[in-house]
Design a protein around this ligand. Structure first.
Ligand code: NDP
Length: 253
């Protein structure tokens, strides 16, 4: 099936009975993805570092009549192996499998030339944006393998495909994310693995990167959800190793 975000029309029960874990589910794109997955029938596992934000998303989903979510607090900057394993063990006990994994959490760090980029900040960005995804994926693969139609989605960026001055560790981490996705996609025959590039989207991260920008000119997280639903649901069966844009550039004819 050929996919374009503008023409995609997901079935209302697209994700019925699916268990989907979303990182960074307390704010921005991740919070909207959690609500949208629940609206389409998924039981979402809300992970993030700020419990109060995760609880607010939990309450919103329940208030809308969605399947009751699960919350797992984890700070990827500080988590150790046992913290990841505890999530995997809890999910194994509660559900026995995992249908979808959306790696959405990420940090910008700051914009700075490489020459002046502080080493601790560089390491933090690489750890949260890359290493944590690797560790979480590794812990969750047995649960994904136990699912009928597992899908893994990593979050990339335009600067993960073409480097740009000042974007430092963030850009390099997104290149690494693309590499992790491609490598894993090539290794797994039981799950599809893809990247999603949200494009410029109205969130706190975007505001931090472009403080002078008028946010009303940007797409909202809700606007970009079709590509998330596509990759997290059964319509993307057979698609793996791809990096999809939520806001593809129009090709002028
Ligand atoms: P936000 O900053 O709004 O949200 C990021 C989420 O990640 C928050 O829920 C945050 O938790 C969580 N998070 C950050 N650090 C950690 C950590 N150490 N441990 C656990 N969770 C953490 O960003 P966006 O919604 O804009 O971004 C979502 C993804 O989309 C990111 O991967 C980003 O790189 C990517 N992206 C965004 C674009 C945009 O224009 N917005 C463009 C291209 C890519 P908390 O709320 O507690 O801080």
């Amino acid at each position: 099936m050929s996919f374009t975000p503008d023409s995609y029309s997901p079935a209302p029960d697209l994700l019925k009975d699916r268990i989907i874990l979303i990182t960074g589910a307390g704010d921005g794109i991740g919070a909207e993805a959690a609500r949208e997955c629940a609206r389409h029938g998924a039981t979402v596992v809300l992970t993030g570092r700020t419990q109060a934000k995760l609880e607010a998303v939990y309450d919103a989903i329940v208030a809308e009549g969605g399947p009751e979510p699960t919350i797992a607090v984890i700070d990827f900057a500080k988590a150790q192996g046992d913290d990841y394993r505890a999530i995997a063990n809890a999910l194994a006990e509660q559900f026995g499998h995992l249908d979808g994994l959306l790696h959405n959490a990420g940090i910008l760090g700051y914009l700075s030339p490489i020459e002046h980029f502080e080493v601790p900040k560089w390491l933090e960005v690489m750890h949260v944006n890359v290493n944590a995804q690797f560790i979480l994926t590794q812990e969750l693969l047995p649960l994904l393998k136990a699912a009928d139609d597992p899908t893994i989605v990593f979050t990339s960026s335009g600067v993960g495909r073409k480097g740009r001055a000042l974007w430092g560790a963030y850009a390099v981490s997104k290149f690494a994310t693309e590499g992790l996705m491609e490598t894993l996609a090539d290794e797994l025959d039981y799950a599809r693995v893809n990247c999603i590039n949200p494009g410029a989207t109205r969130t706190a991260m975007r505001r931090a990167a472009y403080p002078a920008e008028d946010p009303t000119t940007l797409k909202t997280p809700a606007d970009i959800m079709p590509t998330y639903l596509y990759l997290l649901g059964p319509d993307s069966r057979g698609t793996s190793g791809q990096s999809l844009d939520c806001q593809p550039k129009r090709v002028r004819k």
